[in-house]
Design a protein around this ligand. Structure first.
Ligand SMILES: *[C@@H]1O[C@H](CO)[C@@H](O)[C@H](O)[C@H]1NC(C)=O
Ligand SMILES: *[C@@H]1O[C@H](CO)[C@@H](O)[C@H](O)[C@H]1NC(C)=O
Ligand SMILES: *[C@@H]1O[C@H](CO)[C@@H](O)[C@H](O)[C@H]1NC(C)=O
Ligand SMILES: *[C@@H]1O[C@H](CO)[C@@H](O)[C@H](O)[C@H]1NC(C)=O
Ligand SMILES: *[C@@H]1O[C@H](CO)[C@@H](O)[C@H](O)[C@H]1NC(C)=O
Ligand SMILES: *[C@@H]1O[C@H](CO)[C@@H](O)[C@H](O)[C@H]1NC(C)=O
Length: 396
């Protein structure tokens, strides 16, 4: 905790009359961050899926067995009724601008995966070694992180019918549009005290999309469907092969959130600590990560809505000829969830190029001796450097 306070330096909590949104400002060693709630209008196709109700621990474990059962469909055949979901969703965002803006005109928009919220990118535990946000600021990049719908401080809505993949994809598109046209920066500048660092940048010239795990499902689908809205992508902890998710959701050891003191409605499930280890930690237990990192990774976990898993298929393998930028696939060597524990030799550039035929570059890098949660392993900063090197080499 000590390092958290040091990293924040000055920490202010303000109430902005303009938007009635609570804004938190944190001054970092290499920049400044503002956290606030952003109302985003989105309309997207959704569905009522044939999935079991989850209202207690027994039903949570039974859901995982159902989800992992070999004959359970994960496609449109599981739809009872097609619907449309429209609304204004409150999304909790954090916009960080570097003090030394070597690349401040490039904004990264980072989308976290399932079982976490935006804090995945911004570890409060030894941030100088484990926060991708801190590393981005140190490298001179702006970065926007956010809590996806249904987690953290964003709206927690119906787990069966509302928090579904297409809605989340549309929220990412709206966030990107607001970043590109300057709205996001105007809102950030008007919240709280004006500050040189956060008002100097009107809007980014380039936007790079970064994902982890389910956030990479979303990022892959985003760059495939909306290629003109992105200048490049970093896909971490995700590769579409027969091994993706083959370990099955029973390995997550889920419970009903209220059993672990989370306040969530029906249909949310949360990992036990062993589930967090199974999914997110890998490599040699004496060199890859520490017990403290596992403890921290467990402490920031978030419940996940079952409708997200039922609808996730819509994001996979989208054909993306409109994407013309560079993309880096960054795989933890020993990713259990994505590669069934060993990513060596699984990436096939020919197949990736078939998905993104107009990409200017497709690169694959493996981060050695690391599990699914890249930032929470000992060698995380060396991995971040691989990401920033990729961006620099491609003029981003
Ligand atoms: C829902 O829409 C999909 C196409 O998006 C279609 O394949 C499916 O049959 C529809 N299901 C129902 C129950 O209408
Ligand atoms: C910017 O984009 C957002 C999201 O699509 C939109 O609501 C807003 O009207 C746009 N603002 C300008 C000035 O174009
Ligand atoms: C893990 O690393 C330690 C320390 O380098 C080494 O002694 C041990 O053999 C390694 N274990 C495995 C299974 O590779
Ligand atoms: C590449 O993009 C152009 C438009 O930018 C499109 O006409 C073409 O079909 C794309 N190429 C492939 C192989 O899809
Ligand atoms: C990569 O994929 C292509 C196209 O599916 C296939 O022809 C090729 O054999 C694959 N390469 C390897 C090393 O598996
Ligand atoms: C740490 O990561 C870097 C970048 O991927 C890699 O070159 C290096 O070998 C890794 N070090 C260890 C000890 O795994």
């Amino acid at each position: 905790m000590a390092s958290f306070i040091v990293a924040l330096g000055a920490f202010l909590l303000l109430h902005s009359p303009a938007s009635a949104s609570v804004v938190e400002i944190s001054v970092r060693e290499h920049g400044i961050c503002k956290q606030f709630s952003l109302p985003i209008f989105a309309s997207a196709p959704t569905a009522i899926y044939n999935i079991p109700q989850v209202g207690n621990d027994i039903e949570a474990a039974a859901w995982a067995i159902y989800d992992a059962t070999r004959t359970t469909p994960h496609d449109t055949s599981n739809i009872i009724k097609n619907t449309t979901t429209s609304g204004t969703f409150n999304i909790h965002v954090q916009l960080c601008i570097p003090t030394n803006g070597k690349h401040e005109q490039t904004l990264q928009i980072a989308t976290h995966g399932v079982h976490y919220d935006g804090r995945y990118w911004d570890s409060a535990y030894h941030p100088e070694e484990h926060s991708y946000v801190e590393a981005s600021l140190a490298a001179g990049y702006s970065i926007l992180t956010y809590d996806r719908l249904g987690v953290g401080q964003s709206d927690i809505l119906d787990a069966y019918t509302v928090v579904q993949a297409p809605v989340e994809l549309e929220i990412l598109r709206q966030l990107t549009l607001m970043a590109r046209n300057g709205t996001l920066y105007d809102i950030a500048a008007n919240l709280g005290p004006s500050n040189g660092a956060s008002t100097a940048v009107q809007k980014p010239e380039k936007v790079v999309h970064v994902g982890h795990s389910f956030g990479s499902f979303l990022t892959s689908a985003f760059i495939a469907n909306y290629g003109s809205l992105t200048d490049g992508a970093i896909i971490t902890g995700y590769l579409l092969t027969e091994h993706l998710a083959s370990a099955g959701s029973t390995s997550w050891a889920v419970e009903y959130p209220s059993s672990l003191a989370f306040d969530r409605p029906s249909g949310y499930v949360v990992c036990g600590k062993v589930g967090i280890q199974n999914i997110f930690f890998g490599g040699n237990t004496s060199t890859a990560y520490t017990p403290a990192l596992l403890e921290y990774g467990n402490s920031i976990k978030q419940p996940a809505p079952v409708g997200e898993f039922a609808s996730a298929f819509s994001l996979l393998g989208n054909y993306g000829p409109s994407f013309t930028g560079p993309v880096q696939y960054f795989l933890p060597e020993f990713d259990f969830y994505v590669c069934r524990g060993d990513c060596n030799g699984l990436a096939n550039i020919t197949q990736l190029a078939a998905t993104y035929p107009n990409a200017s570059a497709i690169e694959v890098a493996l981060q050695p001796n690391t599990g699914h949660a890249l930032p929470l392993h000992n060698n995380a900063t060396a991995g971040f450097a691989v990401n920033f090197d990729f961006l620099e080499r491609h003029g981003l």
